[in-house]
Write a protein that binds this ligand. Structure first.
Ligand SMILES: Cc1ncc(COP(=O)(O)O)c(C=O)c1O
Ligand SMILES: [Zn+2]
Length: 389
């Protein structure tokens, strides 16, 4: 059992290779996001797949690190992220809820930032910076604290209180911005050279996607190494969906899963739905969404950097993109709290609401096996949810 060496970084757009020996951001030729590529020959059989359970018995390789055979060969900075529960719905026979609220810092952002900070420490980086819709900031603050690295976090001023508090508590430098995540991103870009910050913005460095791909491995393993028919993913920047799709392609190469990949369903809020609009118009990339607003703060991303990848995945998978109003999202949140005993994040409730919607439209049927992502714990949103229930 070994972790593979990263062979090269490959541009998602023009396929140019980049050197993994030094920290990389985006493609130097076309500014596309970079994928991590390995020589996976050692993991290329069913025996490797069967070793995963045994690996996870070793405390150092628990959580998402059970997939060490498909992660970089580097000592992890871990807080126990990954291997989250896959909960069967109490009401819908073929519905599973992937409970990402069980991660450190209460959201799936832990996975991407565990790996990004692991690699930052490996490269000897001392100062990281990122714009955030909220939860990525909390995760970056936590993993940076664990690694002894300085974190500079730019977040909209109206981000839920928990996100602001956690950044301060972990000792990060927090910058509250009157604007959206796009304004935060601009500030990081303007200041990073002078300040000596390495920018760990979503999809502008290769390892956050790589950490989030473990969600794809996990959901397939938890379903007995089988694909579901559909995966519902609350989409802001879309990193999780891009990561899961990469996982599915790797697993197929490795012979770890067979069959038809799931339909990928991107779920957005009606007040900020650039991916849904581009999907419906048949476009290859999205346009900036003006006046973005929704209480599902993680979905408030006016133009995802990896929109061209997301749109391609939605079409390749015969999936779709759905936008729902905040009223519908919060009705589903209340429904799952009162009837399933689960306090979802508003983003997760967008996924549960989208399931009801696609059953009602007939896009899916009740016999389809689906996974709904609750990307974060509702406990991080007591101010937001408290104002509505
Ligand atoms: C709870 C939650 N769900 C979903 C998202 C969207 O994530 P992604 O950027 O992977 O689309 C975010 C992003 O901030 C989030 O915090
Ligand atoms: Zn390129």
């Amino acid at each position: 059992m070994a972790m593979p060496k990263v062979a090269f970084l490959e541009c998602s757009r023009c396929h140019q290779h980049h050197n993994p020996a030094t920290p990389q951001t985006v493609c130097t030729a076309c500014a596309g996001s970079l994928y991590v590529r390995y020589d996976l020959s050692a993991a290329n059989d069913a025996a490797a797949r069967d070793r995963i359970g045994a690996t996870a018995q070793d405390r150092r390789w628990s959580g998402m690190w059970r997939y060490r055979e498909v992660l970089p060969y580097v000592e992890p900075v871990t807080l126990g992220e990954g291997w989250t529960p896959m909960l069967p719905s109490r009401r819908h026979e073929n519905v599973w809820l992937k409970e990402e609220g069980a991660n450190p810092t209460g959201t799936f952002k832990a996975r991407g930032l565990a790996l990004a900070v692991t690699m930052a420490r490996h490269y000897g980086l001392k100062k990281l910076a990122a714009p955030t819709a909220g939860n990525a900031g909390g995760a970056l603050a936590a993993y940076s604290a664990a690694a002894g690295i300085e974190a500079h976090i730019f977040m909209p001023r109206d981000t839920p209180m928990a996100n602001q508090v956690e950044c301060r508590a972990y000792g990060a430098h927090l910058y509250l911005v009157d604007g959206l995540i796009s304004d935060c991103g601009r500030m990081v870009a303007e200041r990073k050279a002078a300040e000596g910050w390495f920018d760990v913005s979503t999809l502008k460095e290769p390892y956050r996607v790589e950490g989030k791909k473990t969600m794809g491995y996990e959901l397939v393993e938890q379903l007995g190494w089988e694909y579901p028919d559909a995966v519902f993913y609350p989409t802001g920047g879309g990193v999780g969906m891009i990561g899961m799709w990469k996982a599915f392609e790797e697993m197929e190469q490795l012979g770890w899963v067979k069959g038809r990949k799931p339909k990928m369903i991107a779920v957005q809020a009606a007040g900020c739905a650039p991916v849904v609009r581009a999907f419906e118009h048949g476009e290859a990339a999205s346009q900036v969404w003006q006046d973005a607003h929704t209480a599902a703060s993680g979905l408030r991303v006016p133009k995802p950097y990896g929109d061209y990848i997301l749109l391609d995945i939605l079409r390749q998978s015969a999936g779709t993109a759905v936008a729902l109003s905040d009223n519908v999202i919060f009705a589903s949140l209340k429904d799952w709290a009162t009837r399933e005993g689960l306090l979802l994040s508003p983003e997760g409730a967008a996924a549960t609401a989208a399931y009801d919607y696609l059953i009602a439209t007939g896009f899916l049927s009740k016999s389809d096996r689906v996974v709904l992502f609750n990307t974060g714990s509702g406990n991080k949103y007591t101010d937001v949810i408290g104002a509505r229930v």
